[in-house]
Design a protein around this ligand. Structure first.
Ligand code: SF4
Length: 635
């Protein structure tokens, strides 16, 4: 047994219902450690080049890390991976909750699913017993409803993953849901699960995981919890969770509003963290072993309906409260609930709907196209479109393809304001006066996603600053100076991309470090006592670098004509000055965008088309990858 790991990969082939348990290869552990590393390596090696995302031979992977399920603050993360139905390239999505620890307690570090079930099915893992069962009348139900039913049927101690109607109908930004409000939200992993006719996965585990030095692991773990709770930001940040950043993003003018036409919402105090606490919250809700529960479970009542819901967290506030301009936190929470029940990513949905609203305002989409009038600030429009998308009815069939494809098909220059990179809709930060963050979105391996690198602190404060300190540094709205564009952005972005990857590799939530400033080196010490492998933070980070080159290589191989053009943001981001708010009049020019890419590619060791060179790939141990890409004529 390898200390820290459960020791096995569980392979399920839905084509022939075969189930195999195989030892976790030590070479995989040494080179890629866990989570995102496992996902990147397995996707590259085991998906045949050119496999379509909805082909049964595409893989759906759930991988844990060495710290998942151990006595370490916030060690409940699971990493999902597939070939993306949103971009056609590399895809992964990280989820909190309790599934990953339970999978390890059942004896598996990685769950790997291939094939397509003949009929809608569920997978039930109960330690060594693994069964594929009919989904029955659960197919067609919402995610929250399905999870409740499965808990009733199987027992409370099972942890459940499920998709909603959006996943069943292969909406390209459908999510996998868990724990009544946690999501593997991005990149369409839920659509791939739906394409496999797999409604749900339930797991219960009762085994233990080996630890290299149990006494030390216990002492270091206990100390880590005390240290997190002693951080200055602990009392201030935890009560509102990520919603607490809403004020700051408006004060500095990076809050996406009206389909990214501007970056400031007048009504931000009606949808901020304080409003979540005062208008919605019933209780805090956290993931496995978390000392800083950022989930806010509450209840909302609106004219469109009422519901219990976890959230909204910041991204949902930004994309529905800002981008679609819903005016109250209750309305944002109701849109959040509907996305959770239908199984749709709130970020992509908020971008797609915001784009459709602007198209209607400009006369590009008509009442006839849409089936009714729609408008910004109108909850009924949001509810209508979410239901259309999830069921692929009417205009929903087009919108379910994502904003890039929808804009391409509609034409009329609507791609100028279709806000995505590589086909993945842009998450909650407007960057026309934030060059480092703009570069982070442009170069994110899965498409425009903030979780790959968050460098707004560098843009606003000139250095890495934990989020609590950043928020505390500003309390009023002021006109922002025009940002200076420099080659330092490449350095900041790469540093952040590597740091964040490592949390996804270890199986830990990054928020204790990023938001509160819990020290990076503590994680290396926890890793050392649990695995028995002595490693510094810097040594661990080298794995992140390897992963970044490998995921890029995957997309080079899988996305037709991969190159620099796929890293550009939409023209709105470099042609239209911001209309109002603290950054009024600012924008980055096309020359700025090209400079940022040039600096980044050089720092990465990629050529000026954005393709890793043979030398770069070989230098991080990816010799076979370099050879394959060379044989395919891609480098
Ligand atoms: S901080 Fe939030 S996302 Fe992170 S582990 Fe805790 S509850 Fe989960």
């Amino acid at each position: 047994m390898i200390p820290a790991y459960a020791g096995y990969i569980l392979r399920v082939n839905l084509d022939d219902e075969s189930i195999q348990k195989e030892p976790l290869p030590e070479a995989l552990v040494r080179q890629f450690i866990g989570g995102r590393g496992f996902v990147a390596k397995i996707l590259y090696d085991e998906i045949a080049p050119g496999t379509e995302p909805f082909d049964p031979q595409n893989l759906l992977i759930a991988a844990t890390g060495p710290l998942t399920g151990h006595f370490v603050p916030a060690s409940g993360k699971t990493h999902f991976g597939t070939k993306s139905p949103a971009t056609g390239g590399y895809a992964d999505s990280n989820m909190g909750g309790h599934f990953g620890p339970q999978l390890k307690y059942a004896g598996y570090d990685i769950l790997l699913i291939r094939g397509r079930a003949q009929k809608p099915s569920i997978l039930v893992i109960d330690d060594d017993s693994v069964e594929i069962r009919p989904a029955g009348n659960r197919w067609g139900l919402g995610s929250l409803t399905t999870e409740k039913k499965l808990k009733d049927d199987l027992g409370e101690d099972f942890q459940i993953l499920t998709i909603g109607p959006a996943g069943e109908n292969q909406v390209r930004y459908a999510c996998i849901s868990h724990d009544f409000g946690r999501q593997a939200g991005r990149t369409g992993v839920g659509a791939v699960m739906g394409s496999k006719n797999l409604k749900s996965i339930a797991v219960r585990g009762t085994k233990s995981i080996p630890v290299a030095d149990l006494d030390q692991a216990y002492e270091k773990g206990k100390e880590a919890y005390h240290k997190v709770k002693a951080k200055p930001g602990f009392e201030g940040w935890t009560p509102e969770g990520t919603a607490g950043i809403t004020n700051w993003t408006n004060e500095v003018g990076v809050f996406p509003t009206r389909n990214f036409q501007t970056s400031f919402a007048e009504h931000y105090e009606d949808i901020n963290g304080k409003a979540v606490i005062e208008k919605l919250k019933i209780t805090d809700k956290g993931c496995f072993g978390c000392p800083t529960p950022c989930g806010k479970y509450g209840h909302t009542t609106t004219a469109a309906g009422s519901a219990h819901v976890e959230g909204p967290e910041f991204e949902t506030i930004a994309l529905f409260g800002g981008n679609c301009v819903l005016k109250t936190v209750e309305e944002v929470a109701y849109a959040n609930y509907l996305c959770d029940e239908l199984g749709i990513d709130t970020i992509s949905a908020g971008v797609v709907i915001g784009w459709a609203m602007e198209c209607f305002e400009k006369g590009i989409l008509s009442n006839e196209d849409l089936g009714r009038d729609i408008a910004f600030s109108d909850l009924d429009s949001v509810v209508y479109l979410l239901n259309q998308i999830a069921t692929r009815d009417g205009i929903g069939d087009l919108l379910a393809e994502g904003v890039k494809v929808a804009a391409h098909r509609i034409g009329k220059h609507s791609d100028r304001f279709a806000i995505h990179v590589k086909g993945l809709e842009w998450s909650g930060y407007e960057c026309r006066n934030a060059p480092s963050m703009m570069l982070a979105y442009m170069t994110a391996d899965v498409g425009a996603h903030h979780n790959r690198a968050w460098v707004l602190g560098h843009d606003m404060a000139g250095a890495w600053t934990n989020v609590h300190d950043l928020i505390a540094s500003k309390t009023e709205i002021e006109a922002q100076p025009k940002a200076i564009v420099s080659d330092r952005s490449a350095e900041y972005v790469i540093e952040s991309q590597h740091k964040r990857s490592l949390f996804d590799v270890l199986g830990n939530c990054r928020l204790q470090m990023m938001e509160l400033g819990f020290e990076a080196e503590e994680y290396a010490e926890l890793y050392t006592v649990i695995t028995g492998e002595k490693k510094s933070w810097e040594e661990l980070i080298t794995v992140s670098e390897r992963i970044w080159h490998l995921t890029r290589a995957f997309s080079v191989r899988e996305m037709d004509g991969f190159g620099r053009h796929l890293d550009y943001p939409p023209p709105r981001m470099y042609e239209d000055p911001i209309k109002d708010g603290p950054n009024k009049g600012h924008f980055l020019s096309k020359a700025d965008i090209d400079n940022l890419l040039d600096w980044y590619y050089t720092a990465r060791g990629w050529n000026q088309k954005g393709i890793p060179t043979q030398q770069t790939l070989s230098s991080v141990g990816l010799v076979a990858v370099a050879e394959e890409l060379q044989n395919l004529g891609l480098i």
